[in-house]
Write a protein that binds this ligand. Structure first.
Ligand SMILES: C[S@@+](CC[C@H](N)C(=O)[O-])C[C@H]1O[C@@H](n2cnc3c(N)ncnc32)[C@H](O)[C@@H]1O
Length: 214
């Protein structure tokens, strides 16, 4: 109850903050496309980087995205990941419900799933971490599967380079690759086609490429 009152007190300031908060705006956009906006949706507030929305009883509850799965990998993708990265730690950045992490783990790979939004259901232990500021382990593989559009992917790539990641893997639709990878697109090489249910492609920025071109 005290928590709810505090939330209400800060809501005036927080709603202004929300307008400037990229994560909240991004989450709200996803929410609007998945659940459909209602008038009460716009009373959401932000505290400590987490978004809260009003519930039926008038109190605020943590915002949870529905358990949608975007990239649905085919076995060929999972096998390819094993051939390329069996010795590396893989970060599944913006993992959603964690289904890709779960499958890669079943194929014997070491995976850390991170996402900065809650989900109504999960298939894997997903850490609540912002991928744009995560301390990626040196030499690790930073993987983005069907990321949100906007600056998310390029901000994660920038952070991965800063942390000296060994490789960056992007999985997405052909028509989205230029938008998502933005100024980094020229450093990525397309490695595979038709790796998922929506015919996603895999693009990789490897260490040797990073050293030669950046
Ligand atoms: C389009 S969904 C794709 C989810 C999953 N990779 C899939 O293929 O189903 C993008 C995900 O990125 C997450 N995301 C957005 N911004 C993020 C950030 N800064 N750090 C971590 N995750 C983020 C969202 O919460 C969402 O779960």
């Amino acid at each position: 109850m005290l928590d709810a009152m505090l939330l209400l007190l800060v809501s005036g300031v927080a709603q202004l903050t929300q307008m400037l908060d990229w994560n909240a705006r991004n989450a709200a956009r996803l929410w609007a496309t998945s659940a459909g906006p209602t008038r009460s949706n716009f009373a959401a507030i932000v505290r400590g980087g987490e978004m809260f929305i009003p519930s039926m009883n008038g109190l605020f509850q943590p915002f949870m995205l529905p358990p949608n799965k975007f990239f649905q990998p085919k076995p060929a993708f999972l096998s390819w990941m094993v051939t390329q990265f069996s010795k590396h730690l893989i970060y599944d950045v913006g993992s959603g419900v964690g289904h890709v992490s779960r499958l890669l783990t079943e194929y014997g790979l070491s995976v850390v799933a991170i996402d900065n939004n809650g989900r109504q259901e999960r298939e894997f232990a997903v850490e609540s971490v912002d991928g744009t500021s995560c301390g990626y382990r040196k030499g690790s593989v930073v993987m983005l599967c069907r990321p949100c559009h906007g600056d998310f992917a390029s901000d994660v790539i920038e952070q991965a380079i800063r942390c000296k990641a060994g490789a960056i893997v992007y999985v997405g639709l052909k028509e989205n690759s230029n938008i998502d990878l933005a100024e980094y697109r020229k450093y990525f090489k397309m490695k595979m086609r038709n790796v998922g249910a929506d015919n996603e492609r895999v693009y990789v920025m490897g260490t040797e490429y990073l050293k030669r071109n950046m």
